[in-house]
Write a protein that binds this ligand. Structure first.
Ligand code: ZN
Length: 147
């Protein structure tokens, strides 16, 4: 999909190797948190694995745990130091979902009174039917044949 699938020219891999400048907020053995170059709001931070993992589908579960631990730490820091009133976690997998850099990254978007951020998840759509939700949950638990 992406020309840098092997990690050679991936901008996040280049940041990890210190070949590109970044404003780094947190770093540990497996994860890096840096300020987004095109912030949606003040303090908009990206949390990513230092090794090249394209998306959540190819993410080792243990690394996902490390990434969320970093996200929790960074979210607390943002909350304590920036005077935000809320915070969104946003993460895209695949171009149709809006992924543009194919190295997993989790957005932490601080929210402020009067900011211009808009997130939409079909609010106002009609409630799902519980029987249908139960059938879908059974499929996802592996208790029903694939649709
Ligand atoms: Zn990469």
């Amino acid at each position: 999909m992406a020309a840098y699938a092997l990690g050679e020219d991936c901008p996040f891999c280049r940041i990890v190797r210190r070949e590109l400048a970044a404003a780094i907020v947190h770093e540990d053995e497996e994860t890096l948190a840096l300020l987004d170059l095109h912030p949606a709001t003040r303090g908009h931070t990206l949390v990513l694995p230092k090794r090249h993992v394209e998306d959540i589908f190819s993410m080792p579960e243990e690394l996902g745990v490390e990434l969320m631990a970093t996200a929790v730490k960074v979210a607390r820091t943002l909350n304590e130091r920036l005077g935000l009133v809320g915070l969104n976690l946003v993460q895209a997998n695949g171009a149709p979902a809006g992924q543009t850099i194919f190295h997993f990254h989790l957005h932490l978007v601080p929210r402020y009174d009067g900011d211009s951020v808009v997130l939409r998840f079909g609010h106002g759509s009609k409630a799902a039917e519980m029987g249908e939700l139960q059938r879908l949950a059974a499929l996802l638990r592996g208790e029903a044949p694939r649709a």
